[in-house]
Write a protein that binds this ligand. Sequence first.
Ligand code: BGC
Length: 468
Amino acid sequence: MASLSPTHAQTHEHGGNRVRVWLTCAMAALAGLLFGLDIGVIAGALPFIAKDFQVNDHMQEWIVSSMMVGAALGAVLAGWMSYRLGRKYSLVLGAALFIAGSLACAFAPDPTFLIGARLVLGVAVGIATFTAPLYLSEVAPGNVRGAMVSAYQLMITVGILAAFLSDTAFSANGQWRWMLGVVAIPAALLLLGVLTLPRSPRWLMMKGRVDEARAVLDSLRPDSETVEQEIRDIAKQLEVKEHGFQLLRKSRDFRRSLMLGVMLQIVQQLTGINVVMYYAPRIFGLAGYSGHQAQLWGTVIVGAVNVLATFVAILLVDRWGRRPILLMGFTVMTVGMGALGYLLKLGISTHNEQIMAVAMLLLFIAGFAMSAGPMIWILCSEIQPIKGRDFGIAASTFTNWVANTVVGATFLTMLNTLGHAQTFWIYAALNAAFIGLTFFFVPETRGVPLERIEENLMAGKPLRQIGR
Ligand code: BGC
């Protein structure tokens, strides 16, 4: 193994490092954008696909959900790949699959092929959603790490909005193939971009390639002193071997934090957010907007509110803390879903009633975007002990996609069998229940060092108190 002391002295050029850091992060953010594009693109395309291929609701649910099944597989695969191939080449593979999947969707000759193509696309999404934030947290300097991870979240919502806009642009002639295919362009940019990225210094150190790690850090950090300090820090962290499974068997406390992460992600999906993201035009239809154009513009407004409210979350998260924001968010979402159900029960016929229904839908979206959207991802990255962090985050990310699949694959069936109002009331009731869950189980981690959270967890404190 190479030595930890600098072999080529303190004589490196550190000019232009800031640009390099930003370019690096811009690439990872592009991965977030693609994630959002692929979540958003199906909403506008689905009505046209359904018409072209003459598929029933059940088949539509599978066209939507096959991507999420792929993403769950991709997240597991990425855990292994990012260790074997490294973060950089996992991202390269993810980007290549993004291109292949998007083009395959665009040229799909029948619904079954389309489902297969979306499965491949999903694997790309799963790889990106696991690897990009990991890479980001390993190359970003400590003082901007939080901002970078938030920026990644924001890019997801921007991607969703961009997809809704592009869908609307292609909708005049019902060109769903263009809607799905155009995503290959940013995917190609990502591929070119990641090829120029440096490898993750932490991964290089993990593989014993200390000199290469030092060279990468030299190109990213302002001075040699910072580089050497970081090399020492990483080496110290690596002394703690990360054995997720063993720790899971041995430590009851790790099982608790793992369960909390898994529960948080299930909660995030059962709010019903993706019912709106995937089926927004259909929901606008229920609210009395029958034209494709009106439904698509409504969907664009949903995307815009989602972006704007995410800004609010980013501003508030370190001032108010996680718990108050989540409690407020679930309350707002309960009201939004409940009132929408009520309006559907009464029957929406007048213009005013239509406006009210849309307002309630937007209230729900704003409630999600300023709370559970970003907050759950932040919490999941904060609560795991260092030894089990990769494993814990992989498990909760995997759960996010499984729960996402369940929601996407059942919505139309719920509408058809339980009724419109009842479907939204079920989501309202779930959101109400999450107020209680947050109250009893979610810790406040605002401003608390990760080491402290770990100490409390491992000392057996109740989950709600591990941030004290
Ligand atoms: C969720 C996605 C959702 C998105 C909406 C994310 O935090 O994990 O499932 O589609 O927010 O903005």
